[in-house]
Design a protein around this ligand. Sequence first.
Ligand SMILES: *[C@@H]1O[C@H](CO)[C@@H](O)[C@H](O)[C@H]1NC(C)=O
Ligand SMILES: *[C@@H]1O[C@H](CO)[C@@H](O)[C@H](O)[C@H]1NC(C)=O
Ligand SMILES: *[C@@H]1O[C@H](CO)[C@@H](O)[C@H](O)[C@H]1NC(C)=O
Ligand SMILES: [Cu+2]
Length: 391
Amino acid sequence: MFYSTAIFLLCSSLSGVLAGPVKTPFSLNRQKNPFYPLDEVDKLEEANLAKFEAYLAKTNASAHGCTLENAVKRMEWGDLTVPQREEYIAAVLCLQSKPPKADTAKYPGTLSRYDDFVLSHETLAFHLHSTPHLLPAHRLYIWAYEQALRNECGYKGYQPYWNWGRYADDPINSPLFNGNMSSMGGNGAPSNYSGVMTHGFSKPYDMIPSAGGGGCVTEGPFKNMVVSLGPIGGVMPDTPKNPRADGFGSNPRCLRRDVNKFSAAATTSALTYSLITENNDIEKFQQVMLGTPAKNDWGVHMGGHYTIGGDPGGDFYSSPGDPVFWFHHGMIDRIWWIWQMQDPENRMNKVPGNPPADDIVDLGWTAGPVSMWDLMTNIGGNGGQFCYIYV
Ligand SMILES: *[C@@H]1O[C@H](CO)[C@@H](O)[C@H](O)[C@H]1NC(C)=O
Ligand SMILES: *[C@@H]1O[C@H](CO)[C@@H](O)[C@H](O)[C@H]1NC(C)=O
Ligand SMILES: *[C@@H]1O[C@H](CO)[C@@H](O)[C@H](O)[C@H]1NC(C)=O
Ligand SMILES: [Cu+2]
């Protein structure tokens, strides 16, 4: 014991002489959570940091002064204290009470500043979800939402994320969905719907069965939330139709969910871990993330979306209308970063589909225009405005 300590001291003082002070490796310094020990994805994230740190040391000239040390921390919902969760919820409710910036003569269903974000996901659905844009454009979109919560609603924290694997066995009893006032709201009431069709999958995977909910959310801070835009690509057969064919009219209705353990089963940490470690090119990573019908694998992206399901959460166009959307896409952004850190030299500047050097992501009244290639890194991307990590 004494001997090894002595050697350790000797080595560090020697290298101090030869190479200047030794920099302590960066550590996430996570909040310890007695309910949720680190899972394999968390451990992979930590294990990849050293590689990423070495890469950043070489490329820091382009990071606009952002470093791992000064990056802000996006935390897992269950690792926030109850007062921190309540502050976040208050900011979302605030955004839902502010007037919109979008042109309401053209888009009369846009009732709030929150709806501005839903509207841009609807009007720009194909721009946001094109093969190369999916990951970078959603990175920008989440960041813009986080900025609105902070700058327009006084929120002091950062966008929380949803580590699916923590709750995959029992989402309804998780701190996200347990329905209390510091959760993101509970399940929907029982309803008459049988499930979500999943095209291209074979029986029984061609449908995510109802888990018994699907009606209005009756508990928690969003029980009185008014959903207005859409539906456009909804999955609930009995949602009232929008008065306008394009879905941009005002269609006030409740928030509906089916907190769904069948869908959540596609998001275990083991599945997320194999997604990150077994798909070495970005095309493959994105495809497997989005689901593989030939293997009857719904994928973590669909898995997370339909763990909420309902209306507007289950609607491809309107899904950001469920406030849990941002947590889910935060986790998507996080696993992209962990995938990049596996081999930063080769992965930090890869998107599927080889877009041109001058490709632009433009989210209209929500965010941008920004060069797509400037959205590749959370450490200094978007002209230095991205400076965050997931812990
Ligand atoms: C970049 O990293 C090198 C090596 O760690 C360091 O000496 C330099 O000060 C850094 N530059 C900036 C701008 O952070
Ligand atoms: C709500 O649930 C969370 C997570 O289980 C718990 O920490 C919190 O104390 C609960 N709050 C209330 C008011 O019951
Ligand atoms: C439930 O939905 C089915 C299929 O849409 C319909 O045939 C049935 O009448 C509905 N039942 C009730 C009670 O609404
Ligand atoms: Cu989307």
